[in-house]
Design a protein around this ligand. Structure first.
Ligand code: IPD
Length: 277
């Protein structure tokens, strides 16, 4: 039957589709672009518009719930995950893609209760693919059930990553040397598509074998984590320990063996924590 958070899940789906329609239309129009933490960390008026739409609609329906959202955080709102029902929102994941009209852009809405992720909804705006995962109830793309890859051998793996916003020489050196280590280990390929959430959805779909990143945020990770776990995959910290949603780092894979191989190959890039900003 319908779980306790059914109404919330339905609201998330409706809002992701509505937001996606706005983003799809705005993609080809003129944009006002601003920067945040670095020259490569972009935001547009559509990010703000969509975030405000999603939060105001959810607040009307669920007035006691809490919110963590990318643009609110950029304006100084604290990222704290309490025991209250909490929505974790990225209005446009892949803002740089959006700015360049590169059609890999998503809306991501995650939902946690008692600090446990209950469901995630990620909408690929241009391909109109809706990824959903609900704890204990599987993961889907539209109506198709998702299943991760069972690959355990890094030398047979397609690996996904994202660059992250920091571009100082020391960070770039570590980023490139991590990629070099995976290529030395003979990974079949490394891909950077410009959207953490959609890369993680490819992993959930079995279209790639692993994902890692330093510098992503809780709103890049919350919804995708439920989807990957419900598709049978592993989401962990880059140390090999349990995932920490606020730690700005992640390794995910279809199998624990693969995730551990990636974790062991990586050098840490320090991005601080979402809950200490
Ligand atoms: C970013 C994108 C980017 C990744 C960053 C994310 P945004 O999200 O997913 O590919 O490298 O870590 O924060 O800023 O476009 O929502």
């Amino acid at each position: 039957g319908a779980g306790p958070w059914e109404e919330c899940f339905e609201a998330a789906v409706q809002l992701a589709l509505r937001a996606g329609q706005i983003i799809r239309k705005a993609l080809t129009e003129e944009k006002h672009v601003s920067t945040k933490t670095s020259a490569a960390d972009l935001v547009t008026e559509t990010d703000h518009l969509v975030e405000n739409l999603i939060i105001s609609e959810l607040r009307k329906r669920f007035p006691s719930h809490r919110f963590i959202a990318e643009e609110a955080a950029a304006s100084g709102a604290k990222c704290v995950l309490t025991h209250s029902p909490t929505w974790i929102i990225d209005p446009i994941d892949g803002t740089c893609n959006f700015v360049h009209r590169f059609p890999t852009v998503a809306v991501s809405i995650g939902f946690a209760v008692h600090q446990e992720l209950e469901f995630g909804v990620i909408y690929h705006c241009t391909e109109e693919r809706l990824y959903t995962g609900r704890r204990g109830r599987g993961a889907f793309c539209n109506s198709q059930r998702l299943q991760v890859s069972r690959e355990t051998d890094l030398s047979k793996a397609l690996v996904l990553t994202e660059i992250g916003p920091k571009r100082d020489p020391a960070t770039l050196k570590l980023f490139l040397s991590n990629m070099e280590r995976l290529l030395h280990a003979k990974a079949h390929g490394v891909r950077v598509i410009g959207s953490s959430t959609l890369a993680l959805c490819h992993l959930a779909s079995g279209a790639a074998d692993a994902y890692y990143q330093f510098g992503l945020h809780c709103w890049d990770l919350a919804a995708a984590t439920v989807i990957i776990r419900e598709a049978g995959g592993i989401v962990m910290d880059t140390s090999g320990g349990p995932l920490d949603l606020m730690s700005c780092r992640v390794v995910a894979a279809g199998t624990r063996e693969m995730a551990m191989l990636i974790a062991q190959a990586l050098q840490t890039i320090n991005y601080g924590r979402d809950d200490e900003k």
